[in-house]
Design a protein around this ligand. Structure first.
Ligand code: TMP
Ligand code: ASP
Length: 261
């Protein structure tokens, strides 16, 4: 399978065509953005870590029967994925109140929610990904009722699985964002999990210290983003390098792999 032309470039990833019309390559960039692109930088090694972490989580979800777009990781920055039509909604799942929820509704930061809370945002950068209701989704036909019912059930299973997975490695899953897409099989549309699950799209706090191990390190200028993402990867058991995996080491790994292609 050969890499073809660029089909789409987002803020953190690029999608390339392949010689197989049903498959595309997802490339993880080092670019970090926040607050709808108002804040941007490049953090060397971030894409490599997100590629690995997302591969790990999505393949574990596959193993418990949650269908998703991942086919296989190709190298340090790329994975082969099934081509889907992305539903233009960001599904936010919250276990603990923080971030935009606390600002929007005045809920105290760190409040543990009795039930996971699902929020919907329209995936439209030019509008700043506004919060929408389920009624908006049906009114403007961004997805139908059957699709949303299935997505909601799947989200709760993903949340349960991920809470347990992270709890086992001393991390609290505070909240995260998911995207789903329509996969055409035998003329029928099936909704499956897409995009990525990584410290870019989750809030992860150390269980004991509440240290932030996610993109809030960039959003809030806390620094040390690569050591935090590396810590997550190491605790998940997917990075076997000794103690200090620095940005430089991650970049070296990435360039070694590139040369050997
Ligand atoms: P929020 O508190 O800023 O609304 O974010 C909720 C969760 O969703 C948090 O884990 C970060 C994630 N998220 C994204 O992955 N992409 C986005 O564009 C936004 C706004 C949030
Ligand atoms: N990814 C979004 C942006 O770049 C927001 C975020 O993750 O905070 O604006």
């Amino acid at each position: 399978m050969k890499k073809g032309k660029k089909l789409y470039e987002g803020k953190a990833k690029i999608i390339y065509a392949t010689t197989d019309k049903d498959l595309v390559i997802q490339y993880f960039k080092d670019d970090a953005t926040a607050f709808n692109n108002q804040k941007k930088t490049t953090i060397e090694g971030k894409g490599v870590l997100n590629n690995r972490i997302s591969e790990y989580i999505l393949s574990n979800l596959s193993q418990i029967g949650i269908k998703n777009h991942l086919v296989k990781r190709l190298n340090m920055r790329e994975q082969v994925i099934k081509l889907v039509e992305i539903i233009p909604i960001e599904f936010i799942v919250r276990n603990v109140a923080t971030g935009s929820l606390t600002k929007r509704l005045g809920i105290e930061d760190g409040t543990i929610l009795k039930e996971p809370l699902i929020e919907y945002c329209l995936k439209d950068d030019s509008l700043g990904d506004p919060l929408i209701s389920e009624e908006h989704i049906y009114a403007f036909e961004w997805a139908n009722k059957k699709e949303i019912e299935k997505v909601k059930k799947t989200i709760l299973r993903i949340n349960d699985f991920m809470i347990g997975m992270f709890r086992g490695i001393g991390i609290k899953l505070i909240d995260f964002k998911l995207e789903f897409g329509r996969l055409k099989t035998n003329g029928k549309n099936e909704v499956i999990l897409a995009d990525e699950i990584s410290p870019d799209t989750c809030r992860l706090w150390d269980s004991v210290t509440d240290k932030k191990l996610d993109k809030d390190r960039f959003r809030k200028d806390l620094g040390d983003l690569i050591p935090a993402y590396t810590e997550v990867a190491k605790r998940l058991g997917i990075l076997h390098e000794q103690s200090n995996v620095s940005a430089v080491n991650v970049t070296k790994l990435s360039s070694v792999k590139k040369k050997s292609k």
